[in-house]
Design a binder for this molecule. Structure first.
Ligand SMILES: Cc1cc2nc3c(=O)[nH]c(=O)nc-3n(C[C@H](O)[C@H](O)[C@H](O)COP(=O)(O)O)c2cc1C
Ligand code: SF4
Length: 495
């Protein structure tokens, strides 16, 4: 019933702007289900198309919506032409600076600044790592890109290797995509396209395993957890002790275009402050995530194809995934698609996740479920993260499910958020704190209702926010952990 009303209120995908694709849900993320794959015949000679108009859209997903299957090498060369890695070697970092490209893995750090810091003062040849881990359970865009348009990612990684003088390129991809991406790498080898050899390795599938030092640790055969802050950053000492650039796969795909067509072309979409496009994963409560590409700076109501009436269907939206923040529907619809705008409303674009919470879901139970999952994903090595997230998860579960939650629980949730923030070796606890704190603001009435009168009548409804494995949740009325949040809170506070 909800799906029908949502359907009627969403406008059709915006042709030439939206580029909506459906992907599987249920853990096997990123597979197109509305396309019948069919191989294109290989052209006899690689075509050399001219420079496409800067306004041509979509960019990263160009060719993906044709009923031809993934963009293989002949199709890729037909769309974009070959990439001149000699040119990349000469001036790509300056070009990236002028392009304003920022990282799309979650932190939106300027790409040129990062490249300049890799191996600064070192004479050792760096290593380039394409981070396709996509540990965020609600994100599907990186896997989608690697499956449907892998060559732009590989172009970007090779361009980085050329520009930085790297001796190795490693693509970390979800295990299910290793075979497909390897096949495309072999096709490139046949044309001797890439300046250095490319290795394809399976990424570790866990939330914190995508953090850059965790990726390097996994590649080095160590536990796939973030390194402590006192350890040298990977840009100084990463894979094999060499300076290492870890860059998100979507970021590298944008690099592949900047390296071809330059900064001015890249700025042909988006705004002066937020140039280019970004990929997004949308969850609209129907269980089937959708992957989009959109120009930055566009209003969210246009991005999502939602009218003001959508506020009748949805309670609120999660922007930026499980390290992002909740916003009201009214805020969402007026929000501009950019990291800066999302931060100003207490969220963040993160890896480009937007999840709409339908009216019949219990927000307190949803928040408790996700925080419990995130607590389980802690690498278990920093006390405030381990104890603080456990305490936060207990407190939220008590709030969601206990018939008579302990008094002062809402305040305690806020205090725990303050206590874990900035206290870990990585930003995992900071993300959880932002997620939970924003929930206190946006779902204040629901939280207060649970605190006063116990679970609402929506508490048993079907979970909406996607998690890799169903979290084991206490039954309604459970109170077994009632004293633990307080105890753990005291332990955290002592540290
Ligand atoms: C807990 C945690 C998990 C992360 N997971 C991912 C991930 O799955 N994929 C990713 O590209 N970046 C992830 N990151 C960010 C990486 O540490 C790193 O900043 C990023 O890969 C750099 O690429 P970018 O600058 O192109 O975004 C994560 C960061 C944290 C703190
Ligand atoms: S803050 Fe948490 S997730 Fe990050 S390294 Fe420490 S224990 Fe692991």
């Amino acid at each position: 019933m909800i799906a029908t009303s949502i359907e009627s209120r969403r406008s059709a995908p915006l042709k030439g702007v939206g580029h909506v694709r459906r992907v599987d849900s249920g853990g096997d993320r990123g597979r197109v289900v509305d396309t019948a794959p069919r191989r294109r015949p290989a052209p006899t000679a690689p075509p050399r198309p001219g420079v496409p108009p800067a306004s041509r859209f979509p960019r990263l997903l160009a060719g993906v919506d044709e009923p031809t299957g993934p963009v293989d090498l002949p199709h890729h060369l037909e769309l974009w032409g070959p990439l001149d890695f000699h040119r990349a070697r000469a001036g790509l970092v300056d070009e990236l600076d002028a392009s304003g490209l920022a990282g799309h893995g979650g932190a939106w750090f300027p790409v040129a600044a990062k490249w300049r810091s890799v191996g600064a003062g070192s004479r050792r040849r760096p290593v380039v790592v394409a981070n396709g881990t996509e540990g965020e359970p609600a994100s599907a865009k990186d896997g989608f890109l690697l499956e449907w348009a892998p060559h732009l990612v590989i172009d970007g990684a090779s361009a980085a290797a050329a520009a930085l003088g790297a001796g190795r390129v490693i693509l970390c991809v979800p295990p299910r995509l290793v075979a497909g991406v390897s096949r495309e790498v072999v096709a490139r080898d046949g044309l001797r396209m890439d300046p250095v050899g490319i290795e394809v390795v399976p990424a570790v599938e866990a939330f914190v395993a995508g953090q850059e030092s965790a990726v390097v640790n996994a590649l080095e055969g160590r536990a796939p957890v973030p390194s402590f802050v006192r350890i040298k950053p990977v840009r100084e000492s990463g894979v094999g002790g060499r300076p290492t650039l870890v860059q998100n796969v979507e970021t590298l795909a944008h690099v592949g275009l900047v390296a071809r067509f330059g900064a001015g072309w890249f700025r042909g979409l988006g705004t002066a402050r937020d140039p280019g496009t970004t990929m997004l994963t949308l969850h609209d409560g129907r269980g089937v995530p959708q992957v989009f590409e959109m120009p930055l700076g566009v209003a969210m109501r246009q991005v999502l194809g939602l009218s003001s009436a959508a506020t009748a269907d949805y309670q609120a939206a999660l922007v930026g995934g499980y390290g992002g923040g909740w916003v009201s529907m009214a805020t969402l619809l007026d929000l501009e698609l950019s990291e800066g705008a999302a931060r100003r409303v207490g969220a963040g674009l993160g890896p480009g996740v937007v999840a709409l919470l339908p009216r019949d879901a219990c927000p307190v139970a949803e928040v408790a479920r996700v925080v419990r999952y995130m607590e389980g994903q802690s690498a278990g090595q920093c006390g405030p993260c381990v104890l603080g997230l456990a305490a936060l998860a207990h407190a939220l579960e008590s709030l969601a499910f206990d018939a008579r939650p302990p008094r002062g629980l809402l305040d305690r949730v806020g205090q725990l958020c303050d206590l874990v923030e900035g206290r870990g070796a990585c930003r995992h606890p900071d993300g959880v704190a932002r997620f939970a704190r924003s929930a206190l603001g946006v779902f204040g009435d629901d939280m207060a209702g649970h605190a006063q009168s116990g679970p609402c009548d929506r508490v048993g409804s079907r979970p909406v926010l996607p998690l890799p494995v169903p979290a084991v949740m206490p039954p309604p009325g459970h109170n077994g952990h009632r004293d633990r949040p307080g105890r753990a809170l005291r332990e955290v506070a002592r540290r």
